[in-house]
Design a protein around this ligand. Structure first.
Ligand SMILES: C[S@@+](CC[C@H](N)C(=O)[O-])C[C@H]1O[C@@H](n2cnc3c(N)ncnc32)[C@H](O)[C@@H]1O
Length: 208
């Protein structure tokens, strides 16, 4: 893949960013479906998808949480625009909202969400522990955070991805690093899932 295109995975922008989002909407589908199979979404849940990209997961959740509300948030204005396009009808009906914002300063009040999700985005978060604490703040008591990554920081994976990691200035977390950051942020009941034959991992944790 072209370097300029790859760079748009971090903060999609312009024509290449749009192309990258369309690509991610398709290429992340199997991972997302596998990840979501570990979630127990209630029809009345209020959900925030951080780093929502093209908004596919927002759409998926809005079709399940029909009595609740689903918010997508991304710091890229293009991701916001593309997510809004994809979720146009639900936005008009009031069941979805897409906003521009950073995980480091989530523009919502304390204890707003039942579920916060993060697909393929934590690699780029600028201050992981504090960003997790920020997610903790806006979760309701007993709320869930869900992180879903196609790359886990095992040694061979990091070696194989070195070029991408350097280019995108991304951090590939190991299972232990994710668990310990979640614990440090105050989360409990941490459950990790790996898919055999892949480097996929998803993590669920609860606000104490
Ligand atoms: C690789 S894309 C994944 C998009 C989507 N979640 C998916 O699975 O297809 C990463 C997304 O996270 C967003 N992102 C990265 N860092 C962010 C931050 N600090 N705050 C909010 N969004 C962020 C990017 O703009 C991009 O849309």
């Amino acid at each position: 893949m072209d370097k300029e295109l790859i760079l748009n995975a971090r903060k999609p922008k312009g024509e290449l960013g749009s192309k990258m989002i369309d690509r991610m909407n398709k290429s992340h589908e199997n991972l997302a479906q596998w990840g979501v199979s570990h979630l127990n979404i209630d029809v009345n849940d209020v959900i925030l998808d951080i780093g929502c990209g093209g908004g596919v997961n927002v759409k998926r959740f809005s079709e399940i949480a029909t009595g609740g509300k689903v918010y997508g948030m991304d710091y890229s204005s293009l991701s916001v625009e593309k997510s809004q396009d994809l979720n146009k009808i639900a936005i008009e009906e009031g069941s979805v909202e897409i906003i521009q914002g950073s995980v480091s300063d989530i523009p919502f009040e304390d204890e707003t969400f039942d579920l916060i999700t993060a697909f393929e985005t934590v690699y780029f978060w600028p201050d992981f522990l504090n960003d997790l604490k920020e997610a903790y703040r806006v979760l309701k008591d007993n709320g869930t955070i869900f992180i879903c990554n196609e790359a886990v920081g095992d040694k061979e994976v990091i070696e194989k991805m070195k070029e991408h990691i350097d280019l995108l200035d991304m951090k590939i977390y190991s299972e232990d690093e994710l668990k310990s950051a979640l614990l440090d942020a105050g989360f409990v009941d941490i459950k990790t899932f790996r898919k055999e034959g892949t480097n996929w991992m998803c993590v669920l944790a609860t606000k104490d």
